[in-house]
Design a protein around this ligand. Structure first.
Ligand code: 5GP
Ligand code: MN
Length: 317
């Protein structure tokens, strides 16, 4: 796919990604945005996205993101949904629906494609790697585009470590760092570095975690009261589930935080034996084989019970 062919006649282009945008979502959206502004200088290119976390302030153009949505839902000739299907776009979904041409680029196995043009590659490490692929004219790449896409790849591969890292991922990352930016610092500042409260709540979640199913599963939960006490937002809890997954002997890690009375956002991570995309899909969520999520209703204990049954099926399979 050459993305330029898809947009070359468009006067207005919109780009969005999923709610609670993670590094890959922000990186792919901003990488595509910076590229399209160069490739289509006469077109009006706009990004609509939930406000990214402060660590992404280093990405050029991030302050140009529209977080308050304009009213004319039919304003776009082409609209991109990145890193998820349209049902995860939140407020931006109506602009996708109203666009003349809808494009969906994603790497989630649970996404069957929701656009007129779909580029869904479940084997790809990240949507950012896919954006790198679809920029056919690599001469338009520059340091700022490279930085955005590199951040996305780093975040979705756990710094080029998770099993979704392929030779193509490393080749893309190698090309990207050749643009010359301080990648080591970028990784530290956007991925590893935590604020004091982020570390405090991580510690608390680890301390209160429960090992079950003969040590094959671990679960932890943070309720609203605790989030309010530490004054943390959902993005401050990123990374807790990965730390739980690092527990020796654990096949499946569960982390959840409360979003409402009897409602939790659940994150699942697997060490390979449990297909957590299947578990999450069973409860209306989705994701990848080793990293998936869903929003679930019930008490903490109800949710753990329901998840356990599905995880057990996966462990037997
Ligand atoms: P996380 O646990 O970090 O929120 O998400 C892990 C993976 O699962 C990500 O790729 C994310 O996009 C996907 N995911 C998380 N929650 C949901 C959900 O509610 N629905 C779908 N379809 N995917 C989700
Ligand atoms: Mn992704």
């Amino acid at each position: 796919m050459d993305i330029f062919e898809v947009v070359k006649d468009a006067a207005t282009i919109g780009i969005s990604g999923h709610i609670r945008p993670d590094g890959d979502c922000v990186g792919s959206v901003m990488g595509l945005y910076l590229y399209l502004k160069k490739a289509c200088p006469r077109a009006k290119v706009e990004v609509m996205l939930e406000k990214p976390a402060d660590v992404f302030a280093c990405i050029k153009g991030i302050e140009e993101i529209h977080t308050d949505y304009v009213s004319d839902v039919e304003r776009y000739d082409v609209f991109f949904a990145l890193d998820g299907a349209k049902d995860r776009l939140g407020e931006a979904e109506k602009f996708f629906d109203g666009a003349k041409k809808k494009v969906n680029i994603d790497h989630h196995i649970s996404n069957k494609g929701c656009g007129d043009v779909n580029y869904i590659m479940p084997k790809a490490s990240s949507t950012s790697e896919l954006i790198y692929d679809v920029i056919a004219d690599k001469s338009l790449l520059d340091t700022e585009i490279a930085k955005a896409l590199y951040i996305g790849i780093i975040h979705d591969t756990g710094v080029l470590q998770y099993s979704n890292t392929a030779p193509s991922t490393l080749k893309a990352a190698a090309e990207l760092i050749s643009y010359g930016f301080d990648f080591s610092r970028l990784i530290d500042e956007t991925f590893y570095e935590k604020t004091y409260v982020q570390n405090q709540i991580l510690g608390r979640a680890l301390l209160e975690s429960i090992l079950f199913m003969n040590g094959k599963c671990v679960v932890s939960m943070v309720d609203k009261k605790t989030m309010n006490f530490y004054e943390v937002e959902p993005h401050d809890l990123e990374g807790i589930v990965s730390q739980l997954r690092n527990t020796k002997g654990v096949e499946c890690a569960i982390f959840m935080y409360q979003t409402d009375t009897l409602e939790y956002k659940v994150s699942l991570r697997s060490n390979g034996k449990v297909d957590v995309a299947k578990v999450a899909s069973f409860f209306g969520g989705g994701g990848h084989v080793r990293a998936a999520g869903a929003t679930m209703q019930g008490t903490f204990h109800d949710i753990v019970n329901n998840l356990s049954a599905q995880i057990a099926i996966q462990l037997k399979a």
